[in-house]
Design a protein around this ligand. Structure first.
Ligand SMILES: [Zn+2]
Length: 387
């Protein structure tokens, strides 16, 4: 974060507090803003005037009450603010331009067989973003670019630590993108991103402590503790796929070097490597009543259930959100069984845990755009810290 004087910092924080309240609780009046922020009426009026001049906030027509005019409600001018969201997946880059109400204004997509070099993946993002930037009337109306990435991401430093599918290792993605785009740029791991957005205004809105687990080509996990993302000391917290879950003849060697990790069978890549079947093929054989596959699915479900039970006992979350292709294709069979296993395996004191799942994957490029919107309204507490 750039250095600012304490007065500038305070001014910025007050403005962000006002913006944040208008975004989250609009329509809201100037009087209510003053009450909620403990700022004087005059300070609120000055800030609101500035925000209106910049086209960030607008007045909505006030409704006449029984006793004269009611205070004028303020709302975000969301049709004049835009964000770009990018999803970088193993076989494509998809970019969307959205306004701050979440409407998609423009989109572009680049497909590839395989990303061979990190610079090639970067060029794909640059092309996809450049293509849709043309639809923005004024450059100043674009508030940032968000990027969703499958892999280990240090979002604070803007570095992709490891993403074999995207050919990135310790890749300074934010720095590289800043060479082309003069906008705030945010990057986040795909599962963390889903957790952040679902916790803000989605299905996990009313949960304080929760886990988001994605069973897909690999397995990813995210931990939310008191509404904050917990990333651990080296950004690898939530690696649910490497929990030891299989033993004996079912313990296959994992790409991490260990044996019997959950991901060796409970993900698409695990099934391909160890059973030589894709998730889609495996699903149809289960649906056709294949004995071997049904038995294997039971083993996998049981392993996930026991692992979930252990994590719930250890962390005491209030909700778990399951997502990814495995859940999408087999959720109707797997999720009810998981609920039963988890509720049987955890101590009575943890049994209030709620398990739910997403049947259809959410669009990650839109989630990445929503990350920009969230960041735009965040009140930056680090500006106050001594570091
Ligand atoms: Zn492993």
């Amino acid at each position: 974060m750039q250095k600012v004087s304490s007065q500038q910092g305070l001014k910025f924080i007050n403005q962000q507090k006002i913006l944040n309240l208008i975004y989250n609780e609009s329509p809201i009046s100037r009087v209510e803003l003053a009450e909620r922020t403990f700022l004087t009426q005059q300070t609120v009026t000055n800030i609101v005037n500035r925000l209106m001049e910049d086209d960030l906030v607008m007045e909505r027509k006030s409704t006449a009450g029984s006793r004269g005019r009611r205070p004028v409600p303020l709302v975000i001018n969301s049709g004049k603010m835009f964000a770009v969201g990018v999803e970088v997946a193993v076989k494509y880059v998809s970019a969307k331009l959205i306004d701050f109400s979440g409407n998609v204004i423009n989109r572009s997509k680049y497909e590839v067989d395989v990303f061979k070099e990190g610079e090639e993946t970067l060029a794909c993002i640059q092309n996809a973003v450049n293509k849709i930037l043309k639809s923005i009337p004024k450059k100043s109306e674009l508030k940032g670019i968000g990027v969703s990435i499958q892999g280990l991401v240090d979002s604070k430093q803007g570095i992709v630590m490891n993403s074999p599918g995207l050919a990135w290792k310790d890749f300074p993605l934010v720095e590289k993108l800043k060479e082309t785009f003069d906008f705030p740029i945010y990057i986040e791991n795909d599962v963390n991103l889903l957790a952040i957005i679902e916790n803000q205004k989605g299905s996990l809105m009313n949960s304080e402590n929760n886990l988001v687990l994605k069973f897909d080509h690999g397995i990813g996990g995210s931990i939310i503790n008191n509404k904050q993302l917990y990333v651990g000391s080296s950004h690898v917290a939530g690696e649910f796929g490497h929990i030891k879950a299989f033993s004996g003849s079912e313990a296959y060697k994992c790409h991490c070097g260990a044996m019997g990790c959950l991901t060796t069978l409970a993900s698409n890549s695990g099934l391909i490597k160890n059973i030589e079947v894709t998730l889609e093929e495996f699903t149809s054989r289960v649906r056709e009543g294949g004995e071997e596959e049904t038995k294997l699915l039971e083993t996998i479900t049981n392993a996930i259930g026991v692992a979930l039970g252990n994590v719930v006992t250890f962390m005491n979350p209030d909700e778990i959100l399951l997502t990814g292709k495995v859940i999408e294709l087999l959720g109707d069979i797997v999720v009810p069984q998981l609920e039963e296993i988890v509720h049987t395996n955890v101590p009575e004191s943890c049994r209030n845990i709620k398990l739910h799942h997403i049947n259809k994957p959410l669009d990650e490029s839109i989630l990445a755009g929503k990350l920009v919107i969230k960041k735009y309204f965040d009140v930056p507490l680090e500006i106050l810290s001594l570091k």
